[in-house]
Write a protein that binds this ligand. Structure first.
Ligand SMILES: Nc1nc2c(c(=O)[nH]1)N[C@H]1C(S)=C(S)[C@@H](COP(=O)(O)OP(=O)(O)OC[C@H]3O[C@@H](n4cnc5c(=O)[nH]c(N)nc54)[C@H](O)[C@@H]3O)O[C@H]1N2
Ligand SMILES: Nc1nc2c(c(=O)[nH]1)N[C@H]1C(S)=C(S)[C@@H](COP(=O)(O)OP(=O)(O)OC[C@H]3O[C@@H](n4cnc5c(=O)[nH]c(N)nc54)[C@H](O)[C@@H]3O)O[C@H]1N2
Ligand code: SF4
Ligand SMILES: [Mo]
Length: 752
């Protein structure tokens, strides 16, 4: 007898509702949940792949421990043996504690990848992880993603997570930069997989939509206009928009006028950048820049929004600041149809903090941001000897060997760690450097609540998904795994018996009484829709209520909330933070004072590579055979003129070479990419030895991040750069790449 189970797909921030049809443990189908409050039945193909992960025999169920062939070093030939959970926890904590005892607190560190943000158990453990590990070596995937957003929100609004969300449901003018919602389904704006329908709706209600992107991407057909832009130059485009708005007398702060500082600095700042030069550098006609500016400022409501194409670039911080400036100077901040702020059911803002430059990284002196350092410095922190050298790592829910820019540098560094514990489902490109891998329960064996991604809600709503299946015991959630390691670490590290006793006591209380559901229930109770301390409050939101409403609960449309909710100490929006103004000379030097020309004159790399996502894949979902079957999308997209100039034909194999490395792959010749720019998907490259992931390895592709280079980052925010990286492309033969292109560069030997 088949049954239906409703939950949220936790693969991306879109948060679609899914309906899982199952017969006992057997999943029969995964469909969109038509009654889901947010997504109303829309899903993308990736959700269906979750059943493959559930079943995958390569997904680890028990801890795996490395048994070294030689005690002094790690090697790809080392054996892996399954061990009992208690032994695994003890081993991990023992090793980490002994490194800290010998070399100090900073000698161990943590890394959390993207799946952390989709996992309430991990999110609830992050603070304890940082506090108990007590090290400056804190890294996350944020600095190869959205750090420029957080940086700008911190400096303008006072909190890194007090994030603006485009009011796509009501806007009349949508100016979108560097994002492809038809494929990504919307990023840092959660709509359920129907963003492209919402783009159509803007036009249907008489509004207008404009896309700025070096590729006429899959979302372009849903837009009124698309303009090619040279990668990395969006900050200049935005300066052109801003100066036109002022020059035409269209700047108006609107309702928030009394609550903005720095207004007078903006007009002269933007006017310094000659608009004809902006047009020449960006590749967008002056008339178009001016027209878009006037249309935007004159629209009944308008919103300028951009995502990874304008954050993983060298001027990501400037881009995100200038987009907010465009919204604010046209009165579109905190207004219907402009940028708005959701009011989440759990007040996750008060659970987190925000800071900048309280200390710096040891080797290259990069500032911290909210307690973390740029992932780009992790390799040098591992490889550079001296006090504070990073020797042990807790790595959670990410695969930086493929996902971090310059992945081979991360790969090389991880080999040199004295000890690494990974919390992950797979023995993959990254976890193969671990000494022990601890796998959490499977995707359907845990409850789910989007503690983090509700911050990007386009409507206010809330939903809880219970576990569907019970795991085969013994098994542990991510929350339990981290709790067990951290508890033991604190006890083992303590020198005085009284302290050991105290940590043991606290640890056992936490293990016995603190569960994710209990924390969730409290969070909902004391959130803005909950009962709080008033037992008589009617219709209050609670965990019980969410459990009774498996399609989620609608809590209202986004509403105005400024200036009251600002986190700045003066309760003002800081339109012109000094740190952002101070980054403008870097942009100027690059594009106005000959920097770019000097770089080009000096370089054999005449093309710029950018990244793209594909509809059926998402990093670790390469483990789903139904998602990876068919032609491998790992191909280089190149414009017909650039192809012809290099004698590249449709069946050519090409070599792409950057300052860092080279890879070989087939091509797609297409006029949808701007001349001078090439494009490929990332998170492929499953051709490293020593992994255990048969499905992913069967269609390996090559890794774009073998080409990217961490010696170039956004100097302001520390974010990695994956778009606009200089490369050369040469035809090297015919046909599909049979041999993975960098098989000969794989790691021969790991050094301990
Ligand atoms: N299918 C699928 N969906 C996903 C994911 C996935 O892996 N697969 N991942 C999820 C995650 S973690 C994220 S962060 C989001 C990301 O969501 P998006 O930001 O929408 O990601 P992309 O589709 O890579 O879109 C980036 C766009 O930026 C463009 N671009 C590149 N360089 C520049 C530039 O210099 N200027 C401008 N203006 N544009 C540029 C690219 O051509 C591309 O169209 O997607 C989420 N959704
Ligand atoms: N060139 C290029 N590079 C990029 C990007 C780009 O556009 N271009 N995009 C960047 C962006 S936006 C992102 S988000 C990153 C993504 O990069 P990563 O954060 O590295 O994400 P994945 O590769 O999907 O790896 C996720 C890992 O988490 C594990 N995992 C999945 N679910 C769970 C769980 O519940 N618990 C635990 N413990 N583990 C789990 C999986 O097995 C896998 O190892 O890539 C970044 N890198
Ligand atoms: S867009 Fe796809 S992967 Fe993202 S939540 Fe929806 S169904 Fe899941
Ligand atoms: Mo991301």
């Amino acid at each position: 007898m088949s049954q239906l189970h409703y939950r949220t797909c936790h693969l991306c921030e879109t948060m679609c509702g899914i309906e899982v049809e199952h017969d006992g443990e057997q999943i029969l189908a995964i469909r969109g949940d038509k009654d889901d409050v947010l997504s109303q039945g829309n899903i993308c193909p990736k959700a269906t792949g979750l059943q493959d992960i559930h079943r995958d025999p390569d997904r680890l169920r028990k801890p795996l421990k490395r048994v070294r062939k030689s005690p002094a070093s790690k090697s790809p030939d080392d054996e892996w043996v399954e061990v009992e959970w208690e032994d695994a926890f003890d081993y991990a904590a023992q090793q980490l504690a002994s490194i800290q005892r010998e070399f100090g607190m900073d000698a161990i560190g943590s890394y959390c990848g993207r799946s952390t943000a989709h996992n309430i158990g991990l999110l609830l453990s992050v603070d304890a992880l940082r506090r108990i590990v007590g090290s400056k070596n804190v890294y996350t995937g944020s600095t190869v993603d959205q750090m420029p957003h957080n940086f700008v929100w911190h400096h303008m609004l006072g909190h890194q997570f007090f994030g603006t969300v485009p009011d796509i449901n009501r806007t009349r003018y949508y100016l979108m930069l560097g994002t492809n919602p038809k494929i990504s389904n919307g990023a840092m704006m959660s709509t359920g997989a129907n963003t492209y329908k919402k783009l159509n709706e803007i036009r249907a209600r008489g509004g207008k939509t404009v896309l700025i992107d070096p590729r006429r991407n899959e979302s372009a057909p849903y837009m009124d206009e698309h303009h090619f832009i040279r990668p990395n130059t969006d900050a200049l485009f935005l300066l052109g928009i801003i100066q036109t708005i002022f020059a035409r007398g269209l700047a108006t702060p609107g309702r928030l006028g009394d609550h903005i500082t720095g207004w007078d600095e903006i007009e002269p700042m933007a006017a310094q950048f000659d608009i004809d030069r902006i047009s020449e550098v960006t590749g967008i006609a002056r008339a178009d820049i001016e027209r878009i500016a006037v249309e935007f400022a004159s629209a009944e409501s308008a919103v300028c929004y951009g995502r990874t194409g304008v954050s993983m670039v060298e001027f990501g911080g400037l881009c995100h600041w200038l987009m907010q400036v465009v919204n604010i100077i046209t009165g579109n901040m905190d207004e219907e149809g402009g940028m708005m702020f959701p009011l989440t059911a759990i007040d996750s803002l008060s659970l987190s903090h925000s800071s900048w430059d309280r200390y710096r990284s040891r080797v290259s002196g990069r500032p911290e941001f909210s307690g973390e350092l740029p992932l780009a410095v992790m390799p040098e922190e591992i490889r550079t000897p001296g006090e504070g050298q990073l020797r042990g790592l807790i790595a959670v829910a990410g695969n930086p060997v493929l996902s971090m820019a310059d992945g081979t540098r991360t790969e090389e560094a991880l080999q040199h760690l004295q000890f690494m514990v990974s919390v992950d489902y797979y023995l993959n490109e990254t976890t193969r450097f671990a000494d022990i891998i601890l796998p959490p329960v499977g995707p359907f064996e845990k409850g789910h609540y989007d503690l983090f991604y509700h911050l990007y809600d386009t409507i206010n709503w809330s939903k809880y998904s219970p576990p569907l299946f019970a795991p085969e015991e013994p098994a542990h959630t991510d929350f339990e795994i981290l709790t067990e390691i951290l508890k033991r670490l604190a006890i083992k590290r303590a020198r005085k018996p009284i302290r050991k006793w105290r940590y043991r006591r606290i640890g056992s209380l936490v293990s016995r009484h603190v569960t994710v559901d209990r924390v969730l229930a409290l969070g909902l109770r004391f959130g803005p829709y909950g009962k709080g301390l008033n037992p008589f409050k009617r219709d209050a939101l609670s965990l019980q209520k969410l459990k009774e409403n498996s399609h989620g609960l609608f809590l209202g449309d986004l509403e105005r909330c400024l200036p009251q909710r600002l986190f700045t100490s003066d309760k003002k929006i800081h339109l012109a933070p000094r740190v952002l103004l101070d980054d403008l000379p870097r942009l100027r030097a690059r594009y106005f004072d000959g920097g770019e020309e000097a770089l080009q004159a000096d370089s054999e790399f005449d093309l710029k590579i950018i990244s793209r996502l594909t509809n059926r894949t998402l990093g670790w979902m390469h483990h789903s055979h139904r998602l990876v079957k068919g032609k491998n999308p790992c191909q280089l997209m190149i414009h017909p003129e650039d192809a012809a100039a290099r004698s590249i034909e449709t069946d050519s194999l090409v070599r792409v070479t950057s300052r860092r490395s080279s890879i070989e792959l087939p091509v797609t010749i297409s006029a949808d990419i701007m001349p001078g720019v090439v494009c490929m998907p990332h998170l492929w490259g499953h051709n490293r030895p020593g992994t255990r992931q048969r499905v992913a390895n069967a269609t390996p592709g090559v890794s774009m991040n073998d080409l990217t280079d961490i010696s170039v980052i956004d100097e302001l925010t520390g974010n990695a750069v994956v778009h606009g990286v200089p490369v050369r492309v040469d035809a090297v033969g015919k046909g599909q790449a049979t041999e993975p292109a960098h098989a000969d560069e794989t790691v021969e030997e790991f050094v301990a």
